[in-house]
Every structure is written in C-alpha cells, then in structure tokens.
Write a protein that binds this ligand. Structure first.
Ligand SMILES: [Zn+2]
Length: 118
C-alpha cells in the first residue's frame, strides 16, 4: 500500500523549500542564514558540502543556495533586499593584517579575524 503525500501542482505547498538567495560561497550563505534566523525564518543551505574539499574547488564555483519554506518566502525576500542593497553600496575591504579580501558585510577578517578598522 502506498499512500504518498503528493504536492498539488495547482497550489503551492506551504512547506516546500524555495531558493531565495544564491550566495557566492558558504561564508556569505551563512551570513544570509544568520539574517533570516534573526527574523525567526527557518532556512537551509544547499551546496555547502562542496566546501568540504578545501582548495579543490575554485571559490566562484561553490555557489550556495539559501532556501526557506514557501510560506516565509515573501518575508525572506524583504530581508534579502535590504541585505543586497547594503552589500552593493559598500565596497569590499582588504584586511590590513593578511591582505585578504572581505565582503562589506564583514566587520572582521574571515581569514585571520582582524578587525576591519585596525
Ligand atoms: Zn586578515
């Protein structure tokens, strides 16, 4: 006996995972995840496991998708609009300690954890 739960295609399932953001890498994906969790929006990351092979995959090929439940999609997108606006208005910065490039949403270097304004 099979009694599968099927999603009616005519109606969006409220607990279906939808991708709301494609992050450049796992670091950014976790920032976005943090923003969503701060607003009590449950989320999951897809593709993060690729980051396991450090040094094997170029950073630009390790895109991580951030997904939320369909019922939270609108709320999540509003948060992400704010996030992407901040991101685009601020330039990357170079760590004074190790010369690593950091995204504008970081306050400390992801590599050596030096403060941006040191
Ligand atoms: Zn650094």
């Amino acid at each position: 006996m099979q009694n599968k739960i099927t999603n009616d295609s005519a109606e969006q399932a409220p607990f279906e995972w939808l991708t709301v953001y494609s992050a450049a890498d796992a670091i950014e994906a976790n920032i976005v995840k943090g923003l969503l969790l701060n607003s009590s929006i449950e989320c999951q990351l897809l593709g993060e496991s690729l980051q396991g092979a450090v040094g094997e995959i170029p950073l630009d090929q390790t895109q991580v998708r951030v997904q939320v439940f369909a019922i939270k999609e609108r709320q999540a997108r509003q948060i992400l609009v704010n996030y992407t606006q901040v991101k685009q208005s601020a330039p990357d910065w170079v760590c004074p300690n190790c010369n690593e490039h950091n995204g504008p949403t970081f306050e400390i270097c992801w590599s050596c954890r030096a403060l941006q304004n040191d």
